[in-house]
Design a protein around this ligand. Sequence first.
Ligand SMILES: *[C@@H]1O[C@H](CO)[C@@H](O)[C@H](O)[C@H]1NC(C)=O
Ligand SMILES: *[C@@H]1O[C@H](CO)[C@@H](O)[C@H](O)[C@H]1NC(C)=O
Ligand SMILES: *[C@@H]1O[C@H](CO)[C@@H](O)[C@H](O)[C@H]1NC(C)=O
Ligand SMILES: [Zn+2]
Length: 301
Amino acid sequence: MFFFSFWWLLAVCGCTFAYIEIPEAYLAAIRQDRADDQSAGEYNYDNQGDDWTGTCQTGESQSPIDLIFDDAKIVSIPRLRFNYYDQPLQTPLVIVNNGHTANMVIPLTQRGQRASINGSLLPGTFEAQSVHFHWGYYHTKGSEHAINFERYDVEMHIVHKNTIYDTMGEATQHPDGLAVLGVMFRAVNRQSSQHYGLNKIFNQLPRIVQYNTNATIMGRLTVGQLLGNIVTGEFFTYNGSLTTPDCAESVTWTVFPDVLDYPYRQIARLWNLKDSRQKPLVDNYRSLQDINNREVYYRTI
Ligand SMILES: *[C@@H]1O[C@H](CO)[C@@H](O)[C@H](O)[C@H]1NC(C)=O
Ligand SMILES: *[C@@H]1O[C@H](CO)[C@@H](O)[C@H](O)[C@H]1NC(C)=O
Ligand SMILES: *[C@@H]1O[C@H](CO)[C@@H](O)[C@H](O)[C@H]1NC(C)=O
Ligand SMILES: [Zn+2]
């Protein structure tokens, strides 16, 4: 169908198209990301993760948690550094409905670098691997973390891997393996959005309604654009886990209290996605976990 209309268009307008090939390294990264997600076995959000087993059940440093300003340790923390976050990524980008979320593996920049973060309390430099979302439904808020007892409509996760590890599989086996940025979205009644980068992703959601489907995103996108205009100088940081099985305790979390306002109309597109059972993929957030004896740090400007 796609190719039919493509060639039809080509025939009709007679324009010259540069055929866009997806680099093999990017395809391999997408396949590996799917394999990593599937290695945890089947799971769903029917009980918000309370029925997940293994470390999800027994871990003592689990995520998400309630981030409470009054309980956080306010210390002098170096700023978070964003490397190559302003560099356009290679195209096309591929967004996949993997049955748990809408996920996009982040390719290299057009100049061949990898967007990364360091600074803060991060134990190293961490390269951006993928971005995905957690959401609710008409009457539920779908963020994973709560901030001062409040949850938000959507939480975006930008997953990064410590450069000292070769693969995600290896990184998840170490406490300093991963760094995830959490960004809260608030649904607002505004028709248009200046969040150009996010729109590129959200505009493709109608094409990945079914489980195991994908869509390509063309045009200029930087990882930095995903952050919209939020203030990144203030954040919570703590040691936690993946919020999906196997809930590996390998994540240094950074969650920004500044919230990104995003049109309700765009956010509602997430609610149409379906999981591998053909059920609506909604409320894909894990329930709050005990802090136990962990320290939560807060950086102020
Ligand atoms: C942060 O990463 C950049 C880019 O890799 C590097 O040049 C810089 O030295 C790193 N800084 C720290 C504090 O690790
Ligand atoms: C996207 O979906 C098509 C059609 O099912 C499939 O052939 C292709 O391998 C998928 N691409 C990726 C990167 O998953
Ligand atoms: C995470 O744990 C390590 C090892 O215990 C510790 O050095 C580091 O400060 C912790 N980081 C945060 C953000 O809590
Ligand atoms: Zn997540």
